[in-house]
Design a protein. Structure first.
Length: 556
């Protein structure tokens, strides 16, 4: 049985290492040292997650709940706790300081012996509670953990509770560490992760059966895989010149849905891999009725249309995806249409390595185009005129534009590569993460009125600010956003608030300028909120590389 103190020690060591090679060595050693039962938990913990990305288990610990648990344990007020976070700039450090200053000692023994699995069990308890009294139960479980650990360990528990370990270990380092610890080639680990979406499972399989077993891991029904993503193409011409023959489809204005069919059992996942089956009963019955495969994993877009057949606003569709009660009524008010465009698994066989044309043929073979379900129409062509014609048709119908796909390409889960390109009109909007806010003035004094926006730096995993947005937000949205963000406050200082990066805004703007005011080196001119992208996670936000690219294109 491994103690949480051993995990904390490795975290502390890694935190002080700048190079990823050395970090990989320490992670590999940790993975070797723990037992088989502990291995999946430790693999997730070291990446700052408690459950695998595909799991619908959710801790539901906001910063205010965490501050409440810490202040109770430390015997200080919530205000004092908030001040500590502000002074240290980090919830983990603040927890350590608060608990070191504790005047009474309720530690179970001198060297706390909290086991790693015990921490996981407590987190699991926390994820299971809901409804009335759940906040109190969550606080009690957290208090137990803080009381049973040293101040330093409590710091790492606090960071884990909000799934932000801040030691710089991401998927890449863990992939290399599994490879090193259990002598499995990196590409095998990488591929197994792509198919399972679960580094813990890959680690255990690698330890038990080496490369032989790791390469047997495959897709599994009800375990969602990351969605294949698209890159922006500046022009239709450049896309065609790269691929010659392209597969053109409309880019529907809706929300992504991954469908797992296991006989009559249908499970639906959103773009963020949340299980949305219960919210979308109309899609469930449409799939049951019109998809003939025994088992399948299908990819598509769900959208809503008005009386004239034009797509309804994206926010309307999100209302459907978010709905937890009164689902049938909302389904009647906003019925959804489904366009299927890919098939990654059929009757026990993984299709992800097959070319798009083959996957599509299989898709056409198992879907009856009827009612609200259809396979997205596709045209194979190398003719720019024809592509332009389809593009204009899609826009006239009120959809977003077109997808330009490489007909020979495999399905690459989670990859935003050149095999799927998207073409939308005029200036693209940017999807940016909200990392801060400011309290408003006058009429808006009780609302967070201005939001700091940041792009993603995939190399470091950090979010780099590039502007603030306050316009384009109506009063209703302002109230809703303030409620959402109140739970994500990390530090408050005067009128300024640092927020946990969790919400993605779609932002329109006039121009990108160079700027020394923001860490990204860029600033947005006239940013305006277009949509709240609840369907996107922060690491799906636009990258600093894309900002640099748009900036260079503007200058041309
Ligand atoms: P974006 O959200 O701008 O990154 O664009 C990619 C998204 O377009 C995908 O995630 C899908 O939700 C959506 N989409 C709409 N139609 C298609 C299509 N025919 N093929 C692939 N994705 C599509």
């Amino acid at each position: 049985m491994t103690g949480f103190n051993e995990f904390a020690q490795v975290c502390r060591t890694i935190e002080n290492i700048p190079g990823s090679l050395e970090m990989t060595g320490h992670v590999a050693q940790l993975l070797q040292d723990v037992t088989c039962d502990e291995l999946p938990v430790v693999t997730h913990f070291i990446m700052g997650e408690v459950f695998p990305a595909w799991s619908s288990e959710d801790l539901g610990i906001g910063t205010s709940l965490l501050y409440a648990a810490l202040s109770k344990t430390a015997g200080i007020s919530i205000k004092e706790m908030e001040l500590l976070v502000r002074d240290t700039g980090d919830i983990g450090m603040a927890a350590t300081v608060a608990l070191s200053n504790k005047t009474f000692s309720s530690f179970l023994c001198e060297t706390p012996q909290l086991a790693i699995l015990e921490v996981f069990e407590r987190f699991k308890n926390i994820s299971k509670v809901s409804g009335k009294g759940s906040q109190a139960t969550k606080i009690k479980n957290l208090q137990y953990l803080f009381n049973s650990s040293s101040p330093e360990q409590a710091g790492y528990i606090a960071r884990l509770a909000i799934e932000d370990l801040r030691i710089g270990v991401g998927e890449g380092i863990v992939r290399d560490a599994i490879s090193k610890a259990f002598e499995v080639p990196v590409p095998d680990v990488e591929r197994a992760f792509m198919l399972t979406n679960d580094m813990g499972l890959v680690a255990v399989t690698a330890r038990r059966g080496g490369s032989g077993e790791v390469t047997k891991l495959g897709l599994e029904l009800k375990r969602p895989i990351k969605m294949m993503l698209a890159q922006v193409t500046p022009t239709i011409e450049s896309a065609i010149s790269e691929m010659e023959t392209v597969a053109i489809e409309w880019k529907f204005d809706g929300a992504r849905v991954q469908i797992h069919k296991d006989g009559d059992n249908i499970t639906l996942f959103s773009r963020r891999l949340e299980n949305v089956t219960r919210s979308l009963p109309d899609i469930v019955s449409a799939v049951k009725e019109h998809v003939s495969a025994d088992s399948a994993i299908l990819d598509g877009e769900a959208f809503a249309v008005d009386e004239s057949g034009r797509p309804r606003a994206f926010q309307e569709i999100l209302k459907r995806f978010r709905r937890k009660y009164d689902v049938e009524t909302t389904a009647r008010k906003i019925p959804l249409t489904l366009r299927l465009f890919d098939l990654v698994y059929l009757n026990g066989e993984d299709l992800i390595d097959k070319p798009l044309t083959d996957r599509r043929a299989a898709l056409l073979g198992c879907v009856e185009n009827a009612g609200t379900v259809k396979v997205d129409e596709q045209v194979l062509t190398g003719d720019i005129e024809e592509v332009n014609r389809i593009y204009n048709e899609a826009l006239e119908a009120g959809h977003e534009g077109i997808m330009i796909k490489n007909p020979n390409s495999p399905y690459s889960p989670g990859k935003r590569g050149k095999n799927w390109l998207k073409k939308k009109p005029v200036m693209e909007t940017l999807d940016l993460v909200v990392i801060g806010a400011e309290w408003g003035y006058g009429r808006r004094a009780n609302y967070m009125g201005s939001y700091t926006l940041a792009c993603h730096d995939p190399d470091t995993g950090r979010f780099l600010p590039l502007g603030k947005v306050g316009t384009g937000i109506n009063d209703e949205q302002l109230a809703e956003l303030t409620a959402t963000f109140s739970n994500l406050i990390v530090i408050e200082s005067g009128m300024g608030i640092e927020l946990k990066p969790e919400v993605v805004f779609e932002i329109a703007f006039e121009e990108i300028q160079k700027s020394t005011n923001y860490e990204s080196g860029f600033a947005l001119r006239f940013p305006r909120l277009v949509n709240i992208r609840d369907d996107k996670s922060p690491d799906e936000a636009d990258t600093i590389q894309r900002i640099e690219y748009i900036y260079s294109m503007q200058r041309k």
